[in-house]
Design a protein around this ligand. Structure first.
Ligand code: ZN
Length: 248
């Protein structure tokens, strides 16, 4: 169902019967979702990669290293959480999210701060219960922010199933030195920016915008890097707009 006409690549769905109006709307929604998905590399064949190794090929030594690191992944996440260049309040927010203790309305209800009649719906979409994984990962606008940021870092990925899995993966990924410093703060910056946006929505009724949030995340990461890495010669603007040149 995936078609390619010249440079245009699109999904072309064929249905056995004409669609009803509401179904057509669903197809449009699906198209939009697919457009945001990682792009398919249609000219290369599918292959298996051993992601633990940068070469992509399996070795017993790398499997051993991976197993040891999995065993200590909580240590890796703790390290990433606290040993980085983000301000302490941002680190603390990330730690709360990791431990599932962010003060969402569902959490506040559970510990008895909000009474049982209070709404525990997500403030942003008002469609699902407000739990950490929904607010920080799965809410469509938030998912777009993650996708934008991963594109910025020149990575293609599939959204992990929970904040915990995301952080485990993040902590095990290594970059070159300059970017590695930024890398560790990226999930913290994303979660902090989303949570701050959510709180501004709660207190001032401010509408959260995905593109604006993505930009904010990049600027925050760039500013923290500039402030704490002595001799970092790149401009904030370069980090935000030309990260690939810095990575090279
Ligand atoms: Zn929501």
């Amino acid at each position: 169902m995936y078609q390619r006409r010249g440079s245009i690549q699109d999904w072309n769905f064929l249905f056995r019967r004409p669609l009803l109006a509401w179904e057509e709307e669903e197809v449009v929604r699906l198209q939009e979702l697919l457009r945001d998905a990682p792009s398919l590399t249609t000219d290369s064949e599918d292959s298996c990669l051993w992601l633990v190794n940068s070469s992509g090929s399996y070795s017993i030594a790398s499997a051993w290293k991976w197993w040891v690191s999995m065993k200590s992944s909580a240590v890796g996440v703790t390290d990433m959480m606290w040993k980085n260049i983000a301000p302490p309040k941002v680190q603390f927010c990330g730690w709360l999210a990791w431990k599932g203790r962010l003060k969402t309305s569902t959490f506040l209800k559970r510990i008895g701060v909000l009474n049982m009649e209070a709404s525990s719906l997500c403030l942003l979409c008002k469609a699902e219960g407000e739990i950490v994984n929904h607010v920080l990962l799965f809410y469509p606008l938030v998912r777009k922010v993650w996708i934008n940021i991963l594109k910025w870092l020149d990575l293609v990925w599939v959204l992990p199933g929970s904040v915990e899995v995301l952080l485990n993966w993040w902590a095990s990924f290594k970059f070159k030195k300059v970017v590695q410093t930024m890398w560790k703060t990226v999930p913290l910056a994303v979660m902090w920016s989303i949570w701050k946006g959510r709180n501004e929505c709660l207190s001032h009724g401010k509408i959260v915008d995905g593109l604006e949030l993505s930009k904010l995340v990049k600027v925050r990461v760039a500013l923290w890097s500039k402030q704490s890495t002595r001799g970092l010669q790149f401009l904030v603007e370069d980090i935000v707009n030309n990260l690939d040149r810095i990575k090279a």
